[in-house]
Structure formats: C-alpha cells, structure tokens
Ligand binder design. Sequence first.
Ligand code: PGA
Length: 250
Amino acid sequence: MRRSLVVGNWKMNGTRESAAALVQGILAGLDGDIADIAVCVPYVYLESVGNIINSTRLGLGAQNIADKASGAYTGEVSASMLAEVGCKYALVGHSERRTYYGDSDASVAARFVQAQTQNIIPILCVGETLEQREQDQTIAVVNEQLDAVIELAGIAAFNNAVIAYEPVWAIGTGRTATDDQAQEVHKHIRSYIAAKDQAIAEKIQILYGGSAKPDNAQGLFAMADIDGGLIGGASLDAESFLKIYHSVSK
Ligand code: PGA
C-alpha cells in the first residue's frame, strides 16, 4: 500500500514571522501519523523554518533547485546548499517556473537529477494548459514532460521521486479537476511508468495539485491513483492545510 503525502507549496508568500507561525500552527494540529507531510518554503526562510520543524514529522522542501551543481550561476541555489539546510524535497518543473521563468523540459530534468545527487526527493510537476486540454493533448503533454526526465535520469531514478499532476488551468483558479478527470490522468501516469518498471509504478506517490481545498480533498484522495496533494493557496492557513491532511484516507 502506498503511503499518502500532502505537500504545501507556499509560493512567494509570507514573512519570516508568518512562516514560523504557520509551521507552529501545523505542528500543533498534527495528530495521527496518517500520511507524510511537508512544506515547500521560500528559499530565504528554509533555514529558520527548518530549525523549527527539525526532528518533527513535518518535512522541509524547496520550491525549485538549480540545474547545475555549483559555479557561476547567479541567483540559483544548489542541491548541496538545500541539503545543508535540511531539505528533504524539492519541487521541479512547477508550471509557474515553466511558464514565467522558462524552465524547459531539459532544465527540469537536470534539476531532478541534481536533487537526487544530494538525496533530496524531487517532486516532478507535470500538467497541461487549458488550451492543450481542449485540443486533447493532455496525455501527450504529460508524456513529453515525463520522457524528458526518464531519458536523462533513467526510470530507476523514480524509485526516489514523487510526481505531481497539476493541470495548469486548475492552479490558483478555484477550478479544480473533478475526481474522475484527475484520476484518469493519474492512472495514465502510473501505467506509463508501469510499462517501463512495474515495481516503481506500484510504489510511486502521484500527487494532485490545483485548487485542492478542504471541501474537495477527500473525494480526490479517495481515487485509486491519487496518493495525496500538492497544495498551494490552502496551505497558507494551518487549519485548512491540516483539514486537507486529515482528508487522506489511505
Ligand atoms: P493551488 O496551487 O492549490 O493554489 O491551486 C497548487 C500549486 O501550484 O502547487
């Protein structure tokens, strides 16, 4: 049985003080070891938040990671730096990175590989735009995004990785994929991986992201191939993030 995982993505929000208060609120309500849980924090707060959640069940994650190991890459933060402050996870290929900052499939694949060099678990985000969905390209787009990483990292690398399906049209829009729409793509992703490695497909956690909220999380998480969520807006409030966490049923 796969263990579920609920990850908060704070994006570019908060202050040092509000970040501390938010994780303290989450820790205070974190009863029952029902699933894995983590927060992806802005770079500059990783260390202060890490000091608070150190040796708790709440994992630390970064929202991005450099595609190179070190050197003259102004503005980037390397995997070894993130490992040093205690990151367990790093998002790679979030659609906001792909859309606004030009993170290409190739650079996303390189970021994925860099994370694993430091035992950081990459959370690979994939998903189609509204236009691509309307043109029936969802599966092709997701395959292409997966292929770029599989080609560079090899399928075995997915032993230590998480996939997040995030339809771009559902992120921050209040328009969630229906349980069935999400399940359909999750099932496809799992079978696509299974065609290359059955054992990895059975154990890999595939998260749903895109306007997941306390009132729709339970239905989504009940679907056979949805192993938790990547939560943006609703993770900025301890109570709603915990409600989502407690919606995990498996
Ligand atoms: P949202 O964001 O929950 O605010 O839609 C999800 C994400 O971008 O990871």
